[in-house]
Each structure stands twice: as structure tokens, then as C-alpha cells.
Design a protein around this ligand. Structure first.
Ligand SMILES: *[C@@H]1O[C@H](CO)[C@@H](O)[C@H](O)[C@H]1NC(C)=O
Ligand SMILES: *[C@@H]1O[C@H](CO)[C@@H](O)[C@H](O)[C@H]1NC(C)=O
Length: 403
């Protein structure tokens, strides 16, 4: 049944091929990429139409893929998979079946989807959990936090933070035979945002005695201040995350008020009084020249103070980890940051890498010159790309070497 629906989606994608825009030369396997792009665009149009006619919320339509790719928690010969909850938040747990010889490592994983979509039960996330558990002989806790538009910031953050705190308790770690000095947090896209925010918050939480060893941020979203970075300007229509979708995700994370999204789209949601935060995302100083290209750093056009007064989340580092003061970055766990060339979020990752390094944090930055946003998910039928396997293997190898 699911595969029939998936085929229907693929056919729709072919129709959407009509709307196809050329891909950069160095992107490989263009036909598959086109199919991916077409599917996401088709879904986007369906969402747009459904919303226009008042049938469904845009995100409810976008959730179709999440539902179609739903998997049950089925254990295999190597990994025991169960759905349970930690601190009342649902999680999918992956535990290696091999006998425990020494204490295990653990990865707390947070899925992407713009704080609105996705689930740890989605096939690609389920596979990633199994693979991580098997390859690292690690316990993997994949979190199903509550999503927008039903829930807004800080619910998503609070959910993942509650699970992290619960798991980092000495007794709980012992229950799962986990070595307290070898726990990682990782996430992709909005999950990378939440992972970075958790790592920052834990630094200053006296209640948590066990600290994270490393953080892996896979093409993370890290700021909502500047929607006009060179990567937003250059990659606004690339698969699978357009600028308009990213702006929509941000505005849904913060509020149901759609006027915020409009202001964000025009980069006019920050008032002059908040000018002091701009230096945290000053791409003119934080980006390498080859990414700045012909772009000229302009002083922002400031908007009214209405939005930040109404929605303090806009300036909250728990929502935008790049807004943390330099002091707050000192002592963060070693970071692995993945960025992709053709991704609106590319510069978020570059800027965070630069700021972390300046604060003395060890960073390994894996930049993919030929990739776009969301690549890690395309490692299984019907969307399978070689670059996804490369990214996957490099990520697992880094975890294995550093955790
Ligand atoms: C289980 O592990 C073995 C040995 O690593 C491997 O050959 C096999 O494919 C694994 N099974 C699954 C379902 O992953
Ligand atoms: C950003 O950096 C440029 C170049 O160093 C500088 O001229 C500009 O004043 C900075 N802007 C902010 C808001 O920090």
C-alpha cells in the first residue's frame, strides 16, 4: 500500500518535472536528483493548493512523506528496536544485541524536518539509527519531539532537552550499559539546530553532571536573523529546501502569525534596537572569500520592533544557536559540522564553525562541494544517491573515531 502511494508520488514528481530548474554541473546522478526535487516540489504545490482552498494546513500535506515512510520498531538480528518514552517524550531506542563486553557509547539523535515534519520512525531515520547502533556498538536514542504547527518554540527544544537530561542521568546510563564519558548528540537540519542548542544549554546546567563528549551537526539551521546570506541568495531554489520553505519553517517554529514569515522573507524582521546581534552572523567576516563571491555585505534594512517584542524567540539563542555570545561558546564539546554547497543553510554552518573555532572549540568541518540539503536521507529506495552514502560513511567514521 505504502509503495503504491509512493509510486503515485513519483508519478506526480514526473509531472512536476515541467517545473524543473537546471542543476549545477557538479551535481551527480541528475535524474535521481530531479526525481527528488520534483517530488518535493509536487508535494509543496499540493500543500500550497490545499491551503489556498482551505482544505488542509500546508504542513499537513507535507507530512504525507513522513507518514508514507513510517516504519514499525522491528528488531533485526543485530539490533533491538523499541519505541518507548523518556521523560514523557516518545523515543525510538536502538540497542545492539551483541553481548556487552565493555560499557557502550551512545548517540542521542534528533531528526530534521524544519521543526514541523519528520519522525524517528521514518525509514531513513530508522535505518540511520540501526546502522549507527550496529557500526559503533552504541545505544541510539532517536527523539520524537512535538512538532509545529501544533506546537511552537520552545516545545521542540524543551522535549529534546528533557530526553537528554533524562538519559544523562548516571543510573539511566548504567541501566543501558553506557559509558558516561562517551555520549554524543547529533542531528540533521532542524535536528542539528536542536542538537547545537542542547550542547549550549548543557554547559550551564548545574543539574546535569554528565557532559556530552561530542556534537555532530548535519547541515544545521543556526540562525533566523539574516535570510540574505550568500547561501540564501544563491541557493533559494535548490533541492530540497527552498528559501521560501526555510522561511516558512522558521515562522511556523515561532508562531502561527504568518506576517512574521513575510517580514523574514524580506529580511525585515529585525529592528534597529537589535543591531548588536548582527555581528554574530556577520558573513562578511565569518565566511571564506570563495563563498562570498560577488555578494556585498549590506547593512540590514531594519524593520519595526513589533516582531521581536511579540516573539522574543527570534533573538533567543535556544532557537538560533549562532546568537550565543562568544563566552557561551567556550568549552562546548568537539563538533563535526556538515555543510553542502547548494544549501540555503550552508553559511549558517560555516559561520558556526568559524565562531566555535575562535572560541577554542575543536571543529571538524566536512563540506560537500557537490551536494544539496537533506542528502543524508537519500540512501535508500527510491531516492538513492552515491553522495548520500559517502556522507553517511564519513559521518559514522567520524563518530567512531571521536566518540
Ligand atoms: C548483522 O550483522 C552482520 C555482521 O556485521 C551483517 O553481515 C548483517 O548484514 C547484519 N544484519 C542486518 C539486518 O543488518
Ligand atoms: C560586518 O563586518 C564588516 C567587515 O568587517 C563591517 O564593516 C561591518 O560593520 C560588520 N557589521 C556588523 C553589523 O557587525
Amino acid at each position: 500500500m505504502a509503495s503504491k502511494s509512493l509510486l503515485f508520488l513519483l508519478l506526480s514528481a514526473l509531472v512536476a518535472y515541467y517545473f524543473y530548474t537546471p542543476l549545477p554541473d557538479n551535481v551527480d546522478e541528475k535524474l535521481t536528483v530531479m526525481l527528488v526535487h520534483g517530488t518535493f516540489r509536487a508535494l509543496g504545490y499540493m500543500g500550497y493548493m490545499a491551503e489556498l482552498f482551505g482544505i488542509k494546513h500546508y504542513m499537513e500535506v507535507m507530512m504525507l512523506l513522513t507518514h508514507l515512510e513510517h516504519t514499525e520498531p522491528v528488531s533485526d538480528e543485530n539490533v533491538s528496536v523499541t519505541d518507548t518514552s523518556f521523560s514523557n517524550v516518545p523515543v525510538r531506542l536502538f540497542i545492539p544485541k551483541a553481548a556487552v563486553t565493555e560499557q557502550r557509547r551512545a548517540v542521542i539523535y534528533i531528526h530534521g524536518g524544519g521543526w514541523c515534519l519528520g519522525s524517528s520512525a521514518m525509514k531513513p531515520y530508522d535505518l540511520l539509527g540501526r546502522y549507527t547502533a550496529l557500526q559503533l556498538d552504541a545505544v541510539v536514542v532517536s527523539i520524537d519531539y512535538r512538532l509545529a504547527p501544533a506546537f511552537h518554540f520552545p516545545t521542540q527544544f524543551d522535549d529534546v532537552y528533557a530526553v537528554t537530561k533524562y538519559f544523562l542521568d548516571k543510573d539511566i546510563l548504567q541501566k543501558y550499559s553506557v559509558d558516561p564519558s562517551r555520549v554524543a548528540v547529533a542531528g540533521d537540519s532542524a535536528g542539528g539546530n536542536l542538537a547545537a542548542a542542547i550542547a549550549q544549554q548543557l554547559l550551564n546546567d548545574p543539574e546535569v553532571k554528565v557532559k556530552l563528549k561530542i556534537q555532530a551537526l548535519i547541515y544545521p539551521v543556526l540562525q533566523d536573523i539574516d535570510m540574505n546570506t550568500p547561501s540564501y541568495q544563491d541557493n533559494g531554489d535548490m533541492p530540497v529546501l527552498s528559501k521560501s520553505l526555510m522561511v516558512r519553517f522558521w515562522s511556523e517554529y515561532i508562531t502561527i502569525d504568518r506576517t512574521l514569515g513575510e517580514a523574514m522573507w524580506h529580511n525585515k524582521h529585525i529592528p534597529a534596537e537589535a543591531e548588536h546581534v548582527l555581528r554574530f552572523v556577520n558573513w562578511s567576516t565569518l565566511l571564506p572569500d570563495n563563498l562570498k563571491k560577488q555578494h556585498v555585505y549590506l547593512k540590514s534594512e531594519f524593520g519595526s520592533s513589533g516582531f521581536v517584542n511579540k516573539y522574543p524567540a527570534i533573538l533567543d539563542a535556544k532557537a538560533s544557536p549562532l546568537l550565543a555570545e562568544d563566552e557561551k561558546l567556550k568549552g562546548l564539546p568537539t563538533a563535526y559540522i556538515i555543510t553542502c554547497m547548494y544549501d540555503v543553510l550552508r553559511d549558517d554552518g560555516f559561520m558556526y564553525a568559524a565562531r566555535l573555532r575562535k572560541a577554542g572549540v575543536q571543529v571538524e568541518h566536512a563540506h560537500y562541494n557537490n551536494a544539496f540539503h537533506g542528502i543524508l536521507l537519500f540512501n535508500t529506495w527510491p531516492f538513492e544517491l552515491k553522495v548520500a552514502h559517502d556522507m553517511y560513511n564519513n559521518y559514522i567514521r567520524w563518530l567512531n573515531d571521536n566518540l
